[in-house]
Design a protein around this ligand. Structure first.
Ligand code: GLP
Length: 240
């Protein structure tokens, strides 16, 4: 029984075989149909379908409605560091477009008040922005910042797409230090709609709590990155 469980399931062997094939072709190459693959690999269509679905979820293949399945673009390797989204994308030679999805002023909840070191109920900006990289929606970011400290921020973000640039130019504030956590969750229907993916698709959620040089909290932000499009990279040094 135990041995049976350890044996690789059939679809997994098919998946590994497909991964070897994918590695040889550039992004955009069409993948043969389920039927063709089943014949080629002498297996059932159900097995092929399961292997293909996992490869789509993992971002190795991409399905286009009514057209077929293709080799996906390689994932973006995104370093975990204090840079802004715009800066990071531009320094990697990528074209970034930022859309302001919503901007409101809301009273700080107990959690937000503690993170931004404000009184519960103090006004905060809640700003949602969509990041589109080289034409593909990649991340949705929901930021919270003090409305008193940064009056008119939403208006500025309608003109300038980089938050870090606006904070520096208008208020002389730079986020120099942050604590960042990474979690996963399936995309909600809203996130999936904005990020042009499927409900339930894997998301990487980064939460950043940043401080300025005086140690005053600047921003509390949660970012939903498409799990099939990103690899986060951290450089590790010796502890201590
Ligand atoms: C990254 C961070 C966010 C920060 C943003 C600022 O995406 N995860 O916490 O708000 O950069 O980027 P920009 O200056 O492009 O708005």
């Amino acid at each position: 029984m135990i041995e049976d469980q350890r044996r690789e399931p059939k679809y997994y062997l098919v998946k590994r075989h497909l991964l070897e094939l994918i590695a040889e072709y550039p992004a955009g190459t069409p993948v043969p149909t389920e039927r063709e693959l089943a014949e080629l690999l002498i297996t059932s269509r159900t097995t092929v379908r399961q292997a293909l679905s996992e490869l789509v979820t993992e971002g190795r293949l991409v399905r286009r409605q009514g057209s077929g399945t293709y080799v996906a673009e390689p994932k973006l390797a995104w370093p975990l560091q204090m840079s802004s989204f715009t800066e990071q994308a531009e320094s990697s030679g990528l074209k970034v477009e930022t859309t302001l999805v919503s901007a409101e002023r809301v009273p700080a909840t107990a959690e937000i008040a503690e993170l931004l070191r404000l009184k519960v109920g103090a006004q905060v900006h809640r700003i949602e922005r969509l990041r589109v990289v080289n034409g593909s929606p990649m991340a949705l970011e929901q930021s919270h910042l003090s409305a008193r400290r940064f009056p008119g921020l939403a208006k500025s973000l309608r003109q300038t797409s980089s938050l870090y640039r606006v904070l520096k130019e208008e208020w002389g504030v730079t986020a120099v230090d942050a604590v960042e956590t990474i979690e996963t969750a399936p995309a909600s229907p809203r996130e999936a709609g904005l990020l042009a993916t499927d409900t339930g698709a894997p998301m990487l959620i980064l939460s950043r709590h940043s401080m300025d040089a005086e140690g005053v909290p600047v921003e509390w932000v949660r970012s939903w990155y498409r799990g099939d499009r990103y690899t986060f990279v951290a450089r590790l040094g010796a502890p201590g």
